[in-house]
Design a protein around this ligand. Structure first.
Ligand SMILES: NC(=O)c1ccc[n+]([C@@H]2O[C@H](COP(=O)([O-])OP(=O)(O)OC[C@H]3O[C@@H](n4cnc5c(N)ncnc54)[C@H](OP(=O)(O)O)[C@@H]3O)[C@@H](O)[C@H]2O)c1
Length: 291
């Protein structure tokens, strides 16, 4: 049995689809989700749906029962991520799970990002748990940079994409590629102890602006700002200060190489090159009605 938590999220759904495409029988997949009502489409595919809410630990052990492999996908709740993952790993131990896979963060060992801290702690907790583990260290989602969280329409209206990433390189990846890589690893044998750094062909924020400009036919250039000026610009556009600081911190960490990896783990798992930046940007712009 392969159990996927947060399977009603975008990445989780793609992992389930990837497993089905690779021939894993639907009844051997468990979608362990916070809200089973949101998983009717997964149930219709024959996938077992069970309730698993990280904030309701009493749901977790039964949800993980029988799992040969369990993929833990953290929630986007930055402050709660680590305690949530601790509860999930404790439940995995109680349930006798065969292997815990964790959707982690690129360069977790060396990352200086505030966002990376919970992943570092979670990886350490999993290693110390004694359970066999598999780390899927996901690179940055290209979709987020290309405007899935908003902001690209404003950038296009001003002709300027702002940030604090300098000329740092980002080994960004599409969510689909990351999920496909996870499905390949989960469907493969002998994965215990593997740590995959999953990064795509690297690009800079200037490359991203050029790709958006090329696709839309509108001028767009990247303008680098000092961190505090970037925070001010983000709060000025309505973001809470805490979130603006996290985003600017993550941006500036690019200058230290935190979002870059020269690992070839991703194309090796996929058996092909990762999807090019321009294709993911095009799909994201279309989804957000900017193309
Ligand atoms: N590598 C990157 O650049 C990057 C970028 C963004 C996010 N991430 C990380 O990757 C994760 C998956 O990404 P995504 O695109 O799939 O995000 P998403 O679509 O927002 O999915 C997040 C999932 O977390 C679930 N969740 C939230 N609180 C939960 C709880 N208490 N118990 C159980 N499940 C809970 C949500 O459940 P519901 O469906 O019930 O809401 C949802 O299914 C994110 O949560 C974040 O940690 C990585």
């Amino acid at each position: 049995m392969i159990t996927i938590t947060a399977a009603t999220g975008r990445y989780g759904r793609l992992v389930v689809d990837g497993l089905l495409r690779r021939g894993v029988p639907a009844n051997k997949i468990v979608a362990a989700v916070r809200n089973p009502e949101k998983a009717a489409d997964l149930a219709a595919k024959g996938v077992q749906v069970r309730e698993a809410d990280y904030d309701r630990p009493e749901t977790l052990k039964a949800a993980f029962a029988g799992a040969d492999k369990l993929l833990l996908i953290p929630s986007a709740d930055f402050a709660e991520r680590y305690p949530q993952m601790v509860r999930a790993v404790e439940a995995a131990i109680d349930a006798g799970v065969g292997l815990v896979a964790y959707a982690s963060f690129v360069n977790t060992d060396t990352s200086t990002l505030r966002l990376g801290e919970a992943h570092k702690l979670t990886e350490a907790f999993i290693r110390d748990s004694g359970l066999p583990y598999l780390m899927l260290r996901n690179g940055a989602y290209i979709e987020v940079y290309a405007g899935d969280l908003g902001g690209m329409d404003y950038a296009l209206s001003t002709g300027t994409l702002i940030g604090s990433a300098g000329t740092g390189k980002i080994s960004g990846v599409s969510r689909d590629d990351l999920a496909e890589a996870a499905a390949v690893a989960l469907a493969s044998k002998d994965q215990a102890g593997k740590v995959y750094e999953l990064g795509g062909t690297a690009w800079t924020k200037a490359d991203l602006a050029a790709a958006v400009s090329q696709l839309t036919g509108k001028p767009l250039v990247y303008q680098d700002l000092p961190v505090e000026a970037y925070v001010q610009a983000l709060t000025g556009s309505g973001l809470p200060r805490f979130l603006a600081e996290v985003i600017a911190d993550a941006g500036f960490a690019t200058t230290r190489g935190d979002w870059y990896t020269d690992s070839t783990d991703l194309p090796r798992l996929l058996g092909r090159p990762s999807t090019p930046l321009i294709d993911v940007v095009a799909a994201t712009l279309k989804r957000n009605r900017l193309l």
